[in-house]
Design a protein around this ligand. Structure first.
Ligand SMILES: Nc1nc2c(ncn2[C@@H]2O[C@H](COP(=O)(O)OP(=O)(O)OP(=O)(O)O)[C@@H](O)[C@H]2O)c(=O)[nH]1
Ligand SMILES: [Mg+2]
Length: 468
């Protein structure tokens, strides 16, 4: 942390608003000399130096920013937050200026001339973290909050910032610490051969931790999808009507449709926002034995899309295949690439074709959506089903893992707790059990930032925008 302490001595600035014409722009200044510098470059309306002395509540001052020749650059509002009651935990000033990129540049130039340096990406949030204002996963949630494009991504980010996710992590950490304390107490008295902790209770506690971690780990697939758009692959045999359906869902003639088998050769993606959730619909090449290398590559990409999708729309041409043939085809695909955990929506397409009463009934028994390219009903039903699937997964969204870094740390944490439990059941010595509990705690600490390296910090904060 030594390095960070040196960095924190420097006063930093950045524009918190985009470099574009707008009603107002905001420049942030944070650090030890923020207040003394603003005193020099700010004058009240009456042309006097303003009172920026310490106060618990933030101070608001209206006046002018002046350059080295005492010329007025802009009329501004300054908000002064004194340490530690600010976002960064340092003295922090927000200068609200007229939203012109020129004024923004001029004010920043004056700040730089006074010894302030430009902030790096996420440096304000990094300081907030180093000063104990936010833990690491909360800081990451701030970045997610800024970049959230949909209602659900926004809700998840808010939850990661303050809600159930933080509580779950805290509870997990508490339980692990409790376990460790019990085991260490026993170690302190090891000479006397006493067992403070009931083996049964220890085992229960470990199982609890393991279960919670596993729920968090499993939620990553959906959590990540909610954040970046839920991938939905439209698959089936060539000519089944996949591209027709894809165009109908995205409401655009995006994919080429033709009676020629093998029209779609590459995968095509479109993002659609339905009821505040983002979906990535993917039209794929029909899966069959390839006759040429290009087609083979197309089919390989179809499989890749199936692998990455949370939801699969299987399109069957009812004039070409029976319900049992469609099921067999899905089994064949499952052998190629596991469909486990994926939600499958079966679509009986071309329902305007000639069909026997028995076939109509069988498709119904299969729960297939009956679709005809000219009708909207089939598409509406498909969208209804997709919405239901998402809403059911959202039910638990207060403890969704959406961050790949957290996901990796949790996987390591659960391995350690499992090993500890095994050792406990094998009646291994207490110090051996304690090693893995400590390790499990260590990985959990990586998420919230109790244990971090410079490298991890740099990695996390470099993903932020400048000024945050
Ligand atoms: N009668 C009827 N024809 C349809 C229906 N849906 C699609 N078609 C026709 O079926 C043919 C194939 O449609 P596509 O959407 O290109 O099929 P695809 O599954 O994308 O085919 P590939 O890309 O070759 O794998 C086209 O001529 C469509 O007009 C339908 O509901 N009823
Ligand atoms: Mg197609």
């Amino acid at each position: 942390m030594e390095n960070n302490e040196i960095k924190q001595l420097e006063t930093i600035c950045a524009s918190a608003t985009p470099n574009a014409t707008s009603a107002i722009g905001i420049i942030r200044v944070s650090g030890r000399s923020a207040v003394s510098i603003i005193k020099e470059i700010f004058r009240t309306i009456k042309g006097k130096k303003a009172d920026f002395s310490y106060s618990v509540k933030p101070k608001i001052r209206i006046g002018y920013i002046i350059d080295e020749y005492k010329n007025i650059v802009d009329e501004v509002v300054c908000l002064v937050y004194h340490a530690p009651r600010s976002y960064t935990g340092e003295d922090l000033i927000e200068i609200q200026h007229h939203g012109s990129p020129f004024i923004q540049q001029e004010i920043i130039k004056i700040l730089l001339a006074n010894g302030v340096r430009m902030a790096k990406n996420g440096e304000f949030s990094q300081r907030a973290f180093l000063n104990g204002k936010l833990n690491l996963s909360q800081a990451e949630a701030v970045a997610d909050l800024i970049s959230s494009r949909t209602a659900i991504a926004h809700q998840i980010a808010l939850n990661q910032l303050k809600g159930g996710y933080q509580k779950t992590l805290k509870a997990l950490r508490g339980e692990l610490l409790n376990l460790l304390t019990l085991l260490e107490l026993e170690l302190d008295f090891s000479e006397e051969d006493v067992e403070f902790a009931q083996r049964k209770a220890l085992e229960e506690s470990m199982t609890n931790i393991e279960k919670t971690l596993e729920i968090l780990i499993d939620s990553f697939g959906m959590g990540n999808a909610f954040k970046n758009g839920i991938p939905i692959a439209i698959i089936g045999k060539p000519n089944a009507g996949k591209s027709t359906l894809f165009n109908a869902i995205i409401n655009d003639e995006r994919a080429i449709v033709s009676p020629i088998s093998g029209t779609t050769r590459d995968t095509i993606e479109e993002i659609v926002n339905i009821n505040g959730i983002e979906y990535r619909f993917i039209d794929t090449a029909g899966v069959r034995e390839a006759t040429d290398p290009i087609e083979a590559e197309g089919i390989r990409r179809s499989y890749k899309s199936i692998e990455n999708a949370n939801i699969i729309i299987y399109v069957a041409d009812v004039t070409e295949m029976s319900p049992s043939e469609a099921q067999l085809d899905l089994i064949k695909i499952d052998e190629e690439i596991s469909l486990e955990g994926k939600k499958i929506i079966m679509v009986a397409n071309k329902f305007d074709g000639k069909l026997l009463v028995k076939e109509i009934k069988e498709w119904g028994n299969l729960g297939a959506v009956k679709a005809v390219d000219k009708d909207k009903e089939g598409v509406d039903e498909i969208i209804n089903r997709i919405t239901t699937i998402s809403e059911n997964s959202m039910y638990n969204s207060n403890i969704l893992t959406t961050n790949a870094r957290h996901y990796e740390a949790m996987k390591k944490s659960v391995v350690a707790i499992k090993t500890a439990k095994e050792n406990l059941l094998n009646e291994s010595p207490t110090d051996i059990i304690a090693i893995d509990i400590r390790e499990s705690l260590h990985y959990l600490g990586e998420i919230t930032g109790e244990v971090t390296t410079e490298e991890v910090l740099a990695n996390v904060f470099s993903k932020f925008c400048i000024g945050k």
